[in-house]
Design a protein around this ligand. Structure first.
Ligand SMILES: [Mg+2]
Length: 165
């Protein structure tokens, strides 16, 4: 449940070739600290480019966020992808909604996110693939900071020695 299928330093370093090779067709991207730094309004050009090239290659992409502000929809509209705000991750309902938006099967859908206890656990509860990234910025919502500490404890057990899988 806490074991990601792969690790990546950041979203834009996730290989679309590898995802295609594994038969992935749908990509669910976490917003805060995966696509956009926590509390920030704009995403980095390489991450916008990654989303654009995923769409151009025919991947279905959706954004999922525990955040409930208009910021989620605005960023989704900017990128031309559907969004599921107020996700209450890791409860599986939000990833279920995202899956219906994508129209892809569980076995061909991957969640990319920066948190073990929301993104990876949520993905695994529903039977989706999961890629864990490093958070974009060190700044976090206070509840997240507690989870980060627990993440380090759990990851110490599951992460391979070279940091990649
Ligand atoms: Mg996040």
């Amino acid at each position: 449940m806490f074991r990601p299928d792969a690790f990546a330093d950041r979203l834009s370093l996730v290989s679309l070739d590898e995802l295609a090779g594994k038969g992935m067709k749908g990509i669910i991207v976490d917003l805060d600290n995966t696509l956009v730094g926590y509390g920030q309004e704009h995403l980095a050009p390489q991450d916008a480019a990654w989303i654009a090239s995923a769409l151009a290659r025919g991947f279905k992409v959706a954004l999922v966020s525990n955040n409930f502000t208009g910021r989620v929809q605005r960023i989704g509209a900017e990128l031309g992808v559907p969004t599921v705000p107020s996700a209450l991750k890791p409860l599986p309902s939000a990833f279920g909604r995202a899956l219906r938006l994508l129209g892809t099967r569980k076995s061909e859908t991957v969640v990319v996110g920066d948190q073990l206890f929301t993104d990876v656990l949520g993905a695994k509860l529903l039977g989706l693939h999961a890629i864990l990234t490093h958070p974009l910025v060190a700044n976090d919502w206070y509840g997240t900071r507690v989870l980060r500490f627990l993440e380090r404890v759990v990851l110490g057990r599951v992460k391979p020695p070279n940091g990649r899988a």
